[in-house]
Design a protein around this ligand. Structure first.
Ligand SMILES: NC(=O)c1ccc[n+]([C@@H]2O[C@H](COP(=O)([O-])OP(=O)(O)OC[C@H]3O[C@@H](n4cnc5c(N)ncnc54)[C@H](O)[C@@H]3O)[C@@H](O)[C@H]2O)c1
Length: 399
């Protein structure tokens, strides 16, 4: 029997997210980077020269490309819904970046459009695909440590001081850390907490008038199974909580403490919103400061600190695996670092498109995470608890 062919991937949006995914798409033999599109001509040229793929001038042309079977949509948040619909109408499977969309009707339309077209819809990358998260999920589901009772998730970063497009600083267009970063944290916490958030209460902070969106939040979640969780995020931070991971950063690489304050220093006071957007684009694919990303990383990627308290153990996620603090002893459940960063995304895509398994990060899962993130904003605005109605149970652990 001949072995299955690589997944012929098309990419919509050749910006920052694509730049971060390049090692994954380029280095995993299960992926053939077939075509791409971006309004930036420099990015299209770079795509053709670096990958030998076809660069299309429009998303429509990419969707119509018969060689493409699945489209990775990495365009700005507010475009996700239209772009997913267009891909589905052309019969393409879809992997859409987080956040799935910026309102629930769009998420529902995306699910329906993909169902109607008979194509698969997956949401990601999010850090809930990280190896240690998947391993913690397996440990929890093994039943060995009893029920999950409480989860703590916390991350302090300089997120708001990295160069941004104007929409990224406008909450109504999907800007701010709730749309952007809670999408990761909520996905992890929902996966480990059982999936079904019953209600939440949150507060948000928009403390810097020059960056007029939420840069911080705190949220308390109640799960249907009785577990509860606290989520804390600051993108205004001066303290970099990667220090607590022995200076291993989100991308699984060592950072230098000597780089203290680099984001604020490099950003300075941008002359204009357009100048800041250009600064962002310049460092990414097709930009003058772009460098092709290295393969591999020495550690797992992570999204800050996650501690899961079960009846008979606390599980602390680290860039090496899961530290288990049991009733009588503690140990590191080491998880081998994949040779290709974010390989877990390809694992799931492959299982869905080549092995016929259901997606764990499917559209309904993504919709439920988006509902929880939107509830976080609403709870902060109304200063009240918000009940959730579209939650789904966590899928079985990854094989
Ligand atoms: N998972 C992660 O680690 C991660 C990291 C960064 C961004 N993201 C997500 O990726 C998405 C994009 O964010 P970004 O930071 O890469 O933004 P970006 O501005 O760096 O990239 C977006 C790209 O889309 C292009 N684009 C705009 N309109 C388009 C269209 N109609 N068709 C095709 N391309 C179009 C832009 O020219 C740009 O190159 C967002 O959903 C964001 O949350 C995810």
């Amino acid at each position: 029997m001949s072995s299955p062919q690589p997944i012929r991937l098309g990419v919509a949006g050749l910006g920052r997210a694509f730049t971060l995914m390049i090692p994954t798409w380029r280095d995993d033999p299960r992926i053939a980077l077939t075509a791409g599109t971006d309004p930036r001509a420099a990015a299209r040229q770079q795509f053709e020269s670096e990958f030998g793929g076809r660069a299309h001038a429009s998303l429509e042309a990419l969707c119509a490309d018969p060689e493409v079977e699945c489209i990775y949509i990495a365009t700005p948040h507010q475009m996700h819904a239209d772009h997913v619909r267009m891909a589905a109408e052309h019969g393409k499977h879809v992997l859409v970046e987080k956040p799935m969309a910026i309102n629930l009707p769009d998420c529902e339309d995306m699910v329906q459009a993909c169902d109607k077209a008979g194509v698969h819809l997956m949401v990601g990358h999010s850090h809930s695909y990280d190896g240690p998260v998947l391993q913690a999920h397996r440990l929890i589901r093994s039943g060995r440590f009893g029920a999950v009772r409480m989860i703590q998730a916390q991350y302090h970063t300089d997120f708001l001081y990295r160069p941004r497009r104007p929409e990224e600083l406008d909450t109504t267009l999907g800007g701010g850390v709730v749309h952007n970063q809670a999408a990761h944290q909520m996905d992890i916490v929902r996966l480990l907490g059982g999936g079904e958030v019953r209600s939440l209460r949150a507060m948000t902070g928009a403390w810097d008038r020059s960056r007029p969106t939420e840069g911080a939040y705190a949220a308390l979640l109640q799960f249907a199974n009785g577990a509860f969780a606290s989520l804390l995020y600051s993108g205004f931070a001066h303290f970099d909580s990667d220090e607590w991971h022995d200076w291993v950063g989100e991308m699984g690489r060592r950072k230098s403490p000597a780089d203290y304050g680099k984001a604020r220093r490099s950003l300075g006071t941008p002359e204009s919103a357009a100048a800041e957007a250009a600064l962002k684009a310049d460092a990414n694919f097709g930009g003058s400061r772009y460098r092709s990303p290295e393969s591999g990383a020495p550690f797992h990627q992570h999204f800050g600190h996650i501690i899961v308290s079960c009846d008979h153990a606390d599980l602390r996620l680290t860039p090496r695996g899961v530290m288990v603090y049991g009733d009588h002893e503690r140990w590191l459940d080491e998880v081998p670092v994949p040779p290709v960063p974010r390989q877990e995304v390809v694992d799931e895509l492959w299982q869905v498109l080549r092995e016929g398994l259901p997606a764990r990060h499917d559209g309904r899962w993504g919709l439920a995470t988006t509902e929880a993130c939107l509830a976080l904003l609403e709870s902060a605005r109304l200063q009240t608890d918000v009940a959730l109605h579209h939650q789904v149970p966590a899928p079985p652990p990854a094989p």
